[in-house]
Design a protein around this ligand. Structure first.
Ligand code: PRP
Length: 188
């Protein structure tokens, strides 16, 4: 892709400070909900990486303010991909499965964005075959206007409009994932 044709992030939709403030709130809420339990944070590669890292530290920060209580956190990851063909709008495929450790555990799926809901729907169905104790979902961004499959979401950072957004894990052609904020992408 040449520099001349490459779309550029146009304007900041959610600033770095807004993201971090909301993630601190989510961390405190998750800490309270899973107090004195073990929780498997299940990151969905690749988009959730930055959110996953900051959320896990926010849960720890909440613990620092409650020294008599704790949440034991374990990291696990899955990777999925969507593809399109002529017979169905899109299908999801598992590239990397979670480990055997998910059996009889409390699992919190950590996503960067829920769009059509197909990835999450597929992942939840897969996870239930692994016999976990509970499965909940935390997504930084929710785009309900694009939903095709109803999916339950337990923790939402921000609702976003139907626009192409990048940054903080979200990409355009694998670019811009390392922006520390969420930006709208210029279309021309
Ligand atoms: C993105 C995002 C979610 C999924 C949401 O992943 O990270 O996993 O799409 O879309 P949906 O609700 O329509 O299923 P993507 O497949 O782009 O891979 P990536 O995480 O590697 O960017």
């Amino acid at each position: 892709m040449s520099a001349a044709t490459k779309p550029l992030p146009k304007s900041v939709l959610i600033s770095e400070s807004c993201l971090q403030q909301r993630i601190r709130e989510l961390g405190a809420q998750i800490f309270a909900d899973y107090e004195n339990q073990e929780l498997v944070l299940l990151g969905v590669l690749r988009g959730s990486v930055l959110f996953f890292a900051d959320l896990s530290r926010a849960i720890f920060s909440a613990q620092l303010e409650n020294i008599t209580r704790e949440v034991q956190i374990r990291f696990e990851f899955v990777q999925l991909t969507s593809y399109h063909n002529n017979t169905q709008p899109s299908a999801v495929e598992l590239i990397r499965s979670g480990s055997n450790y998910l059996k009889q555990r409390h699992i919190l799926i950590v996503e960067d964005i829920v769009d059509t809901g197909q990835t999450l729907d597929f992942l939840c169905e897969h996870l239930w075959t692994l016999n976990p104790k509970t499965v909940k979902v935390c997504t930084l961004l929710d785009k309900p206007s694009k939903r095709r499959v109803p999916v339950p979401i337990d923790y939402i950072g921000f609702e976003v409009p139907d626009a192409f957004i990048v940054g903080y894990g979200l990409d355009y052609a694998q670019q811009y994932r390392n922006l520390p904020y969420i930006a709208l992408l210029e279309s021309t």
